[in-house]
Design a binder for this molecule. Structure first.
Ligand code: DX5
Ligand code: ZN
Length: 243
């Protein structure tokens, strides 16, 4: 049984029926929800912010995986923690002091992730890995859902997994985000991705139970090393007694 986690991106859901969409995701057996925060500055698009997260937090028990595509994210970490985020992922390219931001996320009691754009190298990962639970490797340039998958991402995931393992960071999970579908999912999982984000491909399916199963089955032959940080994440809300 594969340990790959699917994190559907809310950006591709129907915003006029958010409550129903969340209920349908929980019904479908989804455990994570990817929340794309865009500030119109770091990326050329604006989405939603902490108030939306705060209101949907009351509606569901999904693990909130919050992807901050925001310039100097350190300014907003408390806001997102208070709104109910479980994992906060900052972009290295947007932060002057990424190590400080990652530490601050941990100080707030949340899991911390670092994201790299497709054009950013892995050089800093070695030095920031001790402060992160998850490394997000973008497989499109951030800003929009529905973009074409960048195939070089596969080799980058492989290299990142190797680098993390080689330096003893076996518990740091890798997340792939952008253009992920059931065809490239097994290839990404094989390369070392533990968490797959899917927006347009997932939400294009009418029935989310089937959409979720299709991803799980596509990766069922691939067995990654279990990452304890992820099993914690899967029970996170219960472990923490958060509601
Ligand atoms: C892109 C976002 C992604 C995106 C995923 O900037 O970070 O999470 O919404 O959508 P798809 O799967 O359609 O590429
Ligand atoms: Zn994202």
């Amino acid at each position: 049984m594969s340990a790959v986690v699917l994190s559907p991106s809310l950006l591709s859901a129907d915003f006029s029926r958010l409550g129903e969409e969340l209920a349908a995701l929980e019904q479908a057996g989804v455990t994570w929800l990817h929340l794309d925060i865009m500030d119109g500055n770091f990326v050329p698009n604006i989405t939603f912010g902490a108030p939306l997260i705060k209101s949907i937090r009351k509606k569901c028990d999904l693990f909130f995986d919050v992807h901050l595509m925001v310039e100097e994210p350190g300014r907003y970490l408390e806001d997102f923690a208070r709104a109910g985020a479980d994992l906060l992922v900052i972009h290295q390219e947007a932060s002057t002091h990424p190590q400080r931001d990652l530490q601050k996320i941990h100080d707030l009691g949340l899991l911390a992730g670092l994201s790299l754009n497709p054009g950013t190298g892995l050089e800093t990962v070695r030095w920031l890995a001790a402060d992160m639970n998850l490394l997000l490797l973008m497989s499109v340039n951030p800003g929009f859902s529905g973009q074409k998958f960048i195939p070089q991402s596969i080799e980058k995931i492989r290299a990142a997994r190797h680098l993390l393992d080689e330096n003893g960071f076996i518990d740091v999970a890798i997340q792939a985000d952008g253009g992920v579908n059931t065809e490239n999912a097994p290839v990404l999982a094989m390369a070392g991705a533990d968490v797959l984000v899917s927006g347009s491909a997932f939400f294009a399916q009418k029935e989310y139970g089937m959409a979720h199963r299709a991803f799980v089955e596509a990766c069922s032959e691939i067995s990654q090393k279990p990452r304890p940080s992820l099993s914690i994440a899967n029970q996170w809300r219960h472990v923490q007694g958060k509601q």
